[in-house]
Design a protein around this ligand. Structure first.
Ligand SMILES: Nc1ncnc2c1ncn2[C@@H]1O[C@H](COP(=O)(O)OP(=O)(O)OP(=O)(O)O)[C@@H](O)[C@H]1O
Length: 255
């Protein structure tokens, strides 16, 4: 099967801190892939390097066979990104934001308007389409960000914590949109801490810990008969709070 994403020895350090320590990430085309790992594992740094937002100190990354740093135009045309801490043009309305993105991507005006209307409808943002983005809630911002990332029909979609702050009804809608997207052969890669969600949505999982990939492959192989949460805790050495730790917490001394 063709790989949508392939990195070789991807490496990044911040001063003395090695954030990504030689990562070989592989995601087959058409996957709904989860990138999971504890806080500080290097997920955001890895995704930033793959999407061309951050230059690696070593190694390389390919998307649909195109080199992220050598063929940036080819790569940028193929990817959609919903980054962490998304910055939006606050003084545009949701609709204007989508149309502006459409123009940047070279989509003809009438087609961009049609796609924007479809996306606003599906994301349940039609009533807020003419409201300024600055007045959107956290979940609405996620949804308009996702709509903007989908507008040009990318082949590979990168999402950093896409469901954070999104209500259950909207999360369900997003899930359906993304499932339909991968069913047609496109690829989704998203980072999350919510194992149940990853287990429910993904058919491919990459587990990162301290800058390394510690497990990667089809969900069933990574789980190996356990829940993904159990597998995750075993892989990253989940610590249990022993009785000796925080022994004062919750204690009420009798007067
Ligand atoms: N701009 C930066 N300057 C210095 N150190 C950084 C910077 N960005 C990330 N780091 C460090 O790199 C490591 C990996 O961070 P990264 O944000 O990639 O992890 P993550 O897996 O996305 O974490 P989280 O799940 O908490 O979002 C951490 O130790 C972090 O402190």
């Amino acid at each position: 099967m063709k790989d949508a994403v392939r990195t070789t020895g991807l490496f990044k350090r911040y001063g003395a801190q090695v954030a990504v320590a030689g990562v070989d990430l592989v995601v087959p085309a058409g996957s709904f892939a989860g990138l999971v790992g504890p806080n500080g594992a290097g997920k955001t740094t890895t995704l930033s390097m793959i999407t061309g937002l951050l230059r690696p100190d070593g190694g390389h990354a390919e998307i649909d066979g195109f080199h992220v740093w050598r063929d940036p135009v080819e790569v940028k045309a193929r990817i959609g990104v919903l980054p962490e801490g998304l910055r939006l043009f606050e003084r545009l309305s949701g609709r204007e934001l989508l149309l502006y993105n459409g123009r940047l991507r070279g989509i003809p005006k009438a087609e961009a308007e049609r796609r924007a209307a479809d996306l606003l409808q599906v994301m349940d943002l039609a009533d807020a389409a003419d409201k300024l983005v600055v007045d959107y809630s956290t979940g609405m911002r996620k949804k308009i960000g996702l709509a903007a990332a989908l507008l040009h029909n990318p082949s590979v979609l990168f999402l950093d914590e896409p469901f954070e702050g999104v209500d259950p009804v909207s999360a369900n809608t997003l899930t359906e949109v993304l499932r339909g997207f991968t069913a047609s052969g496109s690829t989704v890669i998203f980072s999350s801490h919510v194992m149940d969600l990853v287990e429910r949505l993904c058919d491919w999982v990459s587990v990162m810990d301290r800058g390394h990939i510690v497990a990667q492959g089809p969900l069933e192989r990574v789980r190996a008969g356990r829940s993904l949460n159990e597998a995750f805790l075993e892989l990253v050495g989940g610590t249990r709070t022993g009785e000796s730790q925080l022994s004062w917490l919750g204690r009420r001394d009798e007067p």
